[in-house]
Design a protein around this ligand. Structure first.
Ligand code: AMP
Length: 224
């Protein structure tokens, strides 16, 4: 029987948060909520008079964080959607302590709470290799890697034959910035969750299936 659970994935860019969120989804009723994807969707609006999409594009291209007040407002709108009524698997939020506190407050208002925080670790060299080879299909969302998980036909999606794309911020210069931002602003929230007894750290350098099994065991033990 599947059940709902509210999870947060933490980890540097390339640690495997998105990959694991999609795998975990199969065993639970909870749905993945990736804030980077949500922001790319909002920022792809090129025609609106609203200055927000252009502002988001600029900040993301620089590898910086969207200001907390904007981010918290956007997350609050998103998490209230029907889709997440049976739980969520957060990938990319919170990234700062004010975001962590705001999340807790918004959940408490609805009698909800975080059940587990999973921190995925990986060596910097592996993070760079994963990010710099990452390609995706904008049509169906499938992810590939040019050498670690190549599509059958170079540059084309296995599922729908669409031309694969790279994220604009998946270049070495922006990645360095994103890693600095992770160490400076996101890592400091680990003690916040550790003190609450919610944090489990998992070695993200192993096989994807092995990591998924560890995560599943952790979550299952929480739900016992
Ligand atoms: P991601 O897809 O998680 O790597 O996020 C891509 C970019 O979106 C980040 O480099 C940030 O610019 C922005 N972003 C995503 N989530 C957040 C967040 N919680 N707070 C601030 N900025 C965010």
């Amino acid at each position: 029987m599947r059940a709902s659970i509210n999870i947060i994935f933490l980890g540097a860019p390339g640690a495997g948060k998105g990959t694991q969120a999609q795998l975990i989804e199969k065993n639970w009723d909870s749905k993945p909520l990736a804030t980077g994807e949500m922001l790319r969707r909002i920022s792809s609006n090129m025609t609106s008079d609203d200055p927000l999409p252009a502002k988001l594009r600029q900040i993301m291209a620089e590898g910086q964080l969207i200001p907390d007040d904007t981010m918290i407002e956007l997350l609050q709108q998103e998490i209230g959607r029907e889709k997440y009524k049976n739980g969520f698997i957060l990938d990319g939020f919170p990234r700062t302590e004010p975001q962590a506190i705001a999340l807790e407050e918004m959940l408490a208002k609805n009698d909800l709470r975080i059940d587990a925080v999973i921190m995925l670790t990986a060596e910097e060299k592996a993070l760079c290799e994963r990010i710099l080879g990452r390609v995706f299909c904008s049509e169906c969302g499938a992810n590939f890697h040019t050498s670690l998980n190549p599509p059958k036909q170079e540059g084309l999606c296995d599922a729908c034959n669409t031309k694969l794309e790279r994220r604009k911020d998946d270049n070495l210069e922006t990645l360095r910035k994103r890693l600095d931002v992770f160490h400076a602003q996101t890592e400091p929230i680990l003690p916040y969750y550790k003190e609450k007894g919610l944090l489990t750290t998992i070695d993200g350098m192993r096989e994807i299936a092995q990591i998924a099994e560890d995560i599943q065991n952790t979550l299952a033990s929480i739900r016992k």
